[in-house]
Design a protein around this ligand. Structure first.
Ligand code: UT7
Length: 332
């Protein structure tokens, strides 16, 4: 998956994002659980997050982000050859969120599937889409990260409910043009920490029971410190490998768009990569951890507000449940 001689390479033609209107502040959470604005800000960098309306599903949020990305890319939904959605909070356990998204966009009967790589889902989707374009199997691929995590959180568990938010981000990949191209992608999984971040019940191993629901085993469980330690290490090494693959170094990176799980993780990755924090695009203060949506939401923000310019080099890196992690390097 390194920069190779395969042709044509892909590039990011356009991005889009969507955040639900309802804002949930740290002060709101102080009313629900034993927490404080000071603790949440100091330990995570989060100030507020968004929560989807009761009549919104993940595919509704994905649709808006996707439509904005299609518009930015200058193509129609009917031009898409593939739809890949990174999500762990799809509309239903079956079928894929991507199937509902295909219908809502009015896309053709193209392959549409979800990738269950949690917070790394968008970078996984980007890498898969890039491979299909490189091999000539697809010309335009829609890649989406969408999460409606507010529905899978235990709102009585202060160790998780203060961290996450809802949102969607999307990118349209197309054939590389000019200098713009996806330079390299790297994907990893280490199952030894699978139980440190999971939703224990509701799958085939532990079907939902009344007792399971009562014990909130159908909600996100996380041993935060286990994940924190590996996050810094793995995000740094995956980023270095993506740079090596492309024959670049930290000094060649204009912007880092990291997964937004914790500002302290981002800060330590910044130190280890020796890329200053002012070259990181950060939105965790306003959206919390939106899992697979965090990178495309931040990337879209950076493009639309003019920070990320054509020709610049963007490094993306993410880590989440699995644990799965990934990096991608793109010239815009
Ligand atoms: O995106 C998916 C990947 N996820 C991540 O990358 C998350 C990685 N982990 C983290 O970001 C951090 O571990 C957390 C933000 C989840 C937790 O921060 P921490 O500094 O590791 O806190 P801790 O778990 O060590 O807890 C420290 C203390 C504990 O109290 P005691 O035992 O010292 O008395 C917790 O009970 O903070 C307490 N605590 C809270 N206090 C107020 C935990 N959550 C809260 C809270 N409000 N919301």
């Amino acid at each position: 998956m390194s920069l190779g001689e395969l042709s044509p390479q892909s590039c990011i033609l356009g991005t889009g994002a969507y955040a639900p209107a309802q804002v949930l502040t740290n002060a709101d959470l102080e009313q629900r659980v034993d927490t404080s604005d000071a603790w949440i800000r100091e330990r995570t960098g989060i100030g507020e997050r968004r929560v989807a309306a009761s009549d919104e599903a993940a595919s509704d949020m994905a649709k808006v982000a996707a439509q904005r990305a299609l518009e930015a890319a200058g193509i129609q939904a009917t031009d898409l050859d593939m739809i890949i959605v990174g999500t762990i909070s799809a509309d239903m356990p079956l079928p894929a969120c991507a199937a509902f998204l295909q219908a809502k966009l009015g896309a053709r009967q193209v392959p549409s599937f979800d990738v269950a790589a949690a917070c790394a889902g968008f970078v996984y989707a980007l890498s898969i889409g890039d491979q299909f374009i490189r091999t000539g199997m697809a010309k335009h691929v829609l890649v989406v990260g969408v999460e409606l995590l507010s529905r899978v959180l235990n709102w009585e568990d202060r160790t998780t409910c203060v961290l996450f938010g809802d949102g969607a981000g999307a990118a349209v990949l197309g054939p590389a043009s000019g200098d713009a191209r996806v330079l390299s992608t790297r994907l990893y999984t280490d199952a030894s920490l699978a139980s440190s971040l999971c939703i224990p019940a509701g799958g085939s191993k532990e079907p939902l029971t009344a007792e399971g629901i009562e014990a909130r085993r159908d909600k996100v469980h996380m041993v935060g410190q286990d994940i924190f330690k590996v996050a810094v290490k793995n995000l740094t090494s995956a980023s270095r490998t993506a740079l090596d693959d492309a024959g670049l170094t930290s000094t060649d990176v204009d912007w880092v768009v990291p997964h937004q799980a914790n500002l302290r993780i981002i800060s330590q990755v910044s130190q280890r990569l020796e890329i200053p924090m002012d070259r990181f695009i950060i939105n965790i203060d306003r959206y919390g951890n939106t899992s697979s949506a965090s990178i495309p939401m931040a990337l879209d923000e950076g493009i639309r507000d003019g920070r990320v310019k054509p020709g610049q080099t963007v490094l993306m890196c993410a880590l989440g449940a699995g644990i799965s992690w990934a990096s991608a390097l793109a010239r815009m």
